[in-house]
Design a protein around this ligand. Sequence first.
Ligand code: MN
Length: 294
Amino acid sequence: MSAYANKIGVHGLVWAGGWSEAEARSSIEGAKATGYDLIEILLMDPQKVDAQMTRRLLDEYEMQATASFGLSAQTDVSSEEPGRVRAGERLLHDAYAVARDIGVSYVGGVLYGALGKYSAPVSARGRDNSVAALQRLCDAAAGSDIQIGLELVNRYESNMLNTAAQAVEYIDDVGRDNLVIHLDTYHMNIEESDNYAAVLTAGEHLGYVHVGESHRGYLGTGNVDFGSLFRGLAAIGYTGPITFESFSSRIIMPELSYTLAIWRDLWDDNVDLAEHARGFIDAQLRSAVRRRAL
Ligand code: MN
């Protein structure tokens, strides 16, 4: 029996840059073979993802899925321009519909604004537009088992939600209980003072976790303080998904990889990378459980 309840996931871009049937099959097969419970599917362009095909393959391999994406400047719901806000809301609902048809448990990402570097802070009106859009998305998901997540990203990828404290305030403003916080160690390493404290700040709102290294490569080979993160997760009794996220210039989805500035070749053997990460996460979770028993 496992020492912990968390489902362990792996990000789709560890496996393939797209989601054709062949890519979906090799991705799901790779995730299964390297010991993961779920795969995170990219919905940057939801029309490129065939929900029925994906669901069939997930069933075939007895795998679960989550989904993620980010908005662009043209679909920025935190904009003051009504056309962009409308386009963003349309994309949120279109992507949600695909995720629901796949049968995911979670849809998250930078859903509250554009994923990318801004040249000015968010305005009060833009933030209100974002909160209203998230209220309507959460209302669409109400009554389903699907949680909607706000992935907190660093200052070069959002001008609004960079820290757990900001996310708690935003969630209070949205006021919907199916909206959760999604922490990512790569971003926390830039924005938070202390991973343990950030997890405690997110507290009961925490619904999804990305573990990624400071350079996005092999876990444990960069600057991220994983011990502090996992101690925090144990302290709040977090039982939600923990998903390994890593990027290399070897596997590219242009509409995401270039926005995230994935220029370097951090790995070439994704099977070795994924196996290593699965073992790393397992060891961290087991250590955190044992430490609390001392
Ligand atoms: Mn992430």
